[in-house]
Design a protein around this ligand. Structure first.
Ligand SMILES: [Zn+2]
Length: 107
């Protein structure tokens, strides 16, 4: 689950404005995030290879599985060893590994 605090706040780590205003970007990122959990994608600092990633561009950015949503600092992309990640921040690999199992879910 993504923490989506109403209005601007500072993350518990003390950086970045955290806020959720239901913008198209926010709704896109939160939807992708929650679907990512179904595919075994995890938050940051959870151990293992399937963790969210933060990186610098002009600003500090966070991949979509980060536990907080940042209106201007959240990317809709999953972490990957090929881009915006490394061997221990590779949610794209988790999705590739889980996709067959998820495709066989039935109601
Ligand atoms: Zn989550």
């Amino acid at each position: 689950m993504t923490s989506v605090l109403p209005g601007p706040n500072v993350s518990p780590e003390g950086y970045g404005a955290v806020g959720y205003w239901a913008t198209a970007h926010a709704r896109r990122c939160v939807s992708i995030h929650e679907i990512g959990h179904i595919f075994d994608a995890h938050h940051e600092n959870t151990g293992g290879y399937n963790q969210a990633y933060s990186y610098w561009t002009a600003d500090l950015m966070h991949t979509v599985m980060w536990s907080y949503f940042f209106e201007h600092q959240s990317s809709p992309a999953f972490s990957s060893d090929d881009y915006q990640g490394d061997a221990t921040h590779d949610n794209a690999r988790a999705i590739r590994k889980a996709k067959l199992n998820v495709s066989q879910y039935v109601t």
